[in-house]
Write a protein that binds this ligand. Structure first.
Ligand code: TYM
Length: 332
């Protein structure tokens, strides 16, 4: 059977980008057709300046939203990365497989390290080695597919390279995975700055729709989305990124094609109104289930406990095999 792994790092409240770019595929398709694992990758949240209490709170919230979005613990495995030691065990072996040049070439590292330094901050070493841990997440489970948004494709490419290299040097150990991107909305853009992606850790929040935003807030943010001075509704990501983003959001909600929707609108106002309503309706059931689950935190704890046990049992043999293959003496 096909194995699938993906994750979200608890560095902020989940956004519409996380949902449309990744989580919705997990819910609607992946958990039904494969052996799927979905992870709150909390160790990754420690690669940038963090507040311990907030990371803990966001980890629980992210897990709760996984369930609220419709991931079913009967169908898939839901767990928290730090509950399964195999991730960090394997990460080190992959740091011994990768080069520093490969890590420094990662777009996310370049962007985040420049941002940190420009504000007078320092860069944690783990921000550089992040892709080795992400590769470990994926390779420990022998995942064939990694359903992610566009911004993670480069990390999955590096994961493939590391798997192939390790296999060539030390004998076949890892399945070589591939990224799977959604057809529409693989890169949801910020509503106020449609040339940059909607990101959960951005400080300026007026262009970000959070999964737990109230309907009125969602409407306001979408109605105020930056478009441009024109008025023709055309689907052109280069020339009209704001309008293209709205068309992709609406298309992703309705299942239509953005270019087809463009022909049905003659004003930005109508496009915004319909997009806002479609997003409000998309989020409504998720928010309702989230409220129910918050009243019952024991359920989430139990799901994560069982999930970690299952994940550990799957990862341990692969990681043990990697330890042997790379030349480490097994404990007697
Ligand atoms: P993270 O937490 O930034 O995002 C979680 C998922 O949401 C997708 N995504 C988006 N998709 C479309 N438009 C956007 N604006 C948008 N913003 C985020 C991301 O592509 C991702 O699929 N490094 C990963 C977490 C991770 C992981 C893994 C993923 C760690 N280990 C192993 C897959 C497999 C990250 O930071 O995602």
């Amino acid at each position: 059977t096909t194995r699938i792994f993906s994750g979200v790092k608890p560095t902020g409240h989940l956004t519409l980008g996380n949902y449309l770019g990744a989580i919705r595929q997990w819910v609607e398709s992946d958990q039904h057709r494969a052996e799927a694992l979905f992870c709150v990758v909390d160790l990754h949240a420690l690669t940038v300046d963090h507040d311990p209490a907030r990371v803990r709170r966001l980890s629980r919230q992210t897990a709760t939203l996984f369930l609220a979005a419709g991931l079913d613990p009967e169908l898939c495995t839901l767990f928290v990365q730090s509950h399964v030691d195999e991730h960090t065990r394997l990460s080190y072996l992959l740091e011994c497989t990768a080069t520093d040049g490969e890590m420094r070439r990662m777009i996310q590292y370049k962007e985040k390290s420049v941002r940190e330094r420009s504000t007078g901050g320092s860069v944690r070493l783990s921000l550089l080695t992040y892709p080795a841990l992400m590769a470990a997440d994926i390779l420990a489970y022998g995942a064939d597919e990694v359903p992610v948004g566009d911004d993670q494709a480069q990390h999955v490419e590096l994961t493939r390279d590391l798997a192939v290299r390790f296999n060539q040097r030390y004998g076949h150990t890892f399945t070589v995975p591939r990224a799977v991107l959604p057809e529409v909305a693989s890169r949801v853009m910020d509503l106020q700055d449609p040339t940059s992606k909607m990101g959960k850790s951005h400080a300026e929040t007026s262009g970000i729709v959070y999964l737990l935003d109230e309907p009125e807030v969602v409407r306001k943010k979408i109605m105020r989305a930056v478009t441009d001075s024109g008025s023709d509704v055309v689907y052109d990501r280069e020339a009209h990124p704001g309008v293209a983003n709205l068309l992709e959001l609406l298309a992703s909600c309705t299942g239509d094609k953005p270019a087809v929707l463009a022909e049905q609108y003659s004003s930005y106002g109508a496009l915004k109104r319909d997009t806002a309503e479609a997003v409000v309706e998309l989020l409504r059931p998720v928010q309702a289930r989230h409220a129910e689950l918050c009243a019952d935190p024991g359920t989430v704890d139990a799901v994560l406990r069982t999930g970690a046990e299952r994940a550990r049992a799957l990862a341990r043999p692969t990681v043990d095999a990697a330890y042997r293959a790379i030349g480490l003496l097994p404990a007697a």
